[in-house]
Design a protein around this ligand. Sequence first.
Ligand SMILES: [Mg+2]
Length: 270
Amino acid sequence: MTGDLLDGRPKTFVFDLDGVVYVDAVSVPGARVTLEALEGAGHQVLFATNNSSRAVDTVIENIARRTGFTAQPAAIITSGLAAAELLVDDDEVCFVFGSDGLARTLIDRGIRVTSDHEQATAVVVGLDRGLTYERLTEAVLAVRRGARFIATNDDATYPMPDGQYPGCGALVASVERATGVLPVVCGKPNPPMVRLVALRVRHPEVWVIGDRPETDLAMAKAAGWGTILVLSGVTHAAGDVPDDLQPDYVLESIADLAAPMSARALRRKG
Ligand SMILES: [Mg+2]
């Protein structure tokens, strides 16, 4: 059982980023005040994102520039880091079909990265806005030759102001389709991400705050953590959430979590 959100005991809050702390490059109103109030009240604040395209220092810069909140490196958990945890002990040589930020995430964790697909023992796929048919082909050839196929996440889309853009999952599907091989998926709600978040958690009571039920809320339920749905991102009403992923609480945005938990701002679902 997750306990009561309002009981004042120190808790760990795990925030998704896109659609929760900011939308595209704009802060959710009140984000900084909320995050600082939680830390000031003795709670632990973590950020867990399926976006693998940026290394930790860039994620920290983005949070700071958009919201004014300063996050510590240990508070940042990305699906790229979850992929790195999966690979780090196995002496893999990785071909990255993804961004430079993902490659740097792996290298920073001590993993060997190659641009030669013929040397690769693992292929790591992340969102790559600069993708080319040539790189896709090299990733496919490596997986067809037997390299491990690791997907940082399989989110089908990600929200932008003018609609849903193709997400990492759309690129993963291309490799899967061309190889007939199923990837190991690292991001929320899958075990590699749950394990990495669990390693960082400091308090026995954990709450996950997210806008996407099938990733954020599903991860929390897989781990036995509390669930808070915010309506500032891709989900606009609690009624849109499948029955098995219904959250413990529904908030308009994380601003409703501020100041030590003004009870009337919180709506328990149902
Ligand atoms: Mg989100």
